[in-house]
Design a protein around this ligand. Structure first.
Ligand code: SF4
Length: 155
């Protein structure tokens, strides 16, 4: 069972659509590499929705008692909060509402991906703080990632 924030899972699928199929350790010490590699290796791994610190955050140097203390450089776009934790919560709440999921829900990665495919709709409302052209690129990569993710059949 992997605890994961909705937007972290979306990011992994989006990156897959951009061609990223493997991950290396990050200087922050977070577990994106192990979690993403585990999900990409087994589309049917069980996930538990976590809106707070998830299994990616647990070993991260910016995880301080369950809260993210990292900051974003929002000088060029003040609509994005400077607090990464605050922005993450905004994204996770929007994705949760869009997908009809909530803290503690359990499902396979394949089922969560299928849910995103069915319910994602217009993601410009979820990523309303970023530039329209960046949203168009993100939408194309997410769509491609969903296709690639769901194309791999169960072992
Ligand atoms: S959200 Fe914050 S605590 Fe979690 S992995 Fe990213 S930087 Fe680390």
């Amino acid at each position: 069972m992997i605890a994961i924030k909705p937007h972290h899972f979306v990011d992994i699928v989006t990156a897959l659509g951009a061609g990223q199929t493997t991950y290396e350790a990050h200087p922050y010490g977070h577990a994106l590499h192990t979690v993403a590699n585990a999900i990409l290796a087994n589309r049917d791994v069980m996930l538990r929705i976590e809106i707070g610190a998830d299994d990616i955050c647990l070993p991260c140097r910016h995880n301080v008692n369950g809260a993210c203390d990292d900051t974003l450089n929002n000088a060029a776009n003040p609509k994005i909060p400077r607090s990464k934790g605050e922005y993450n919560l905004m994204l996770d709440q929007r994705w949760s509402e869009r997908l009809g999921i909530t803290q503690g829900d359990e499902m396979t990665a394949r089922d969560l991906c299928a849910l995103i495919s069915t319910r994602m709709g217009d993601i410009s409302d979820i990523y309303r703080e970023i530039a329209p052209e960046a949203v168009v690129k993100r939408h194309a990569e997410l769509t491609g990632g969903i296709r690639a993710f769901l194309a791999q059949r169960a072992a």
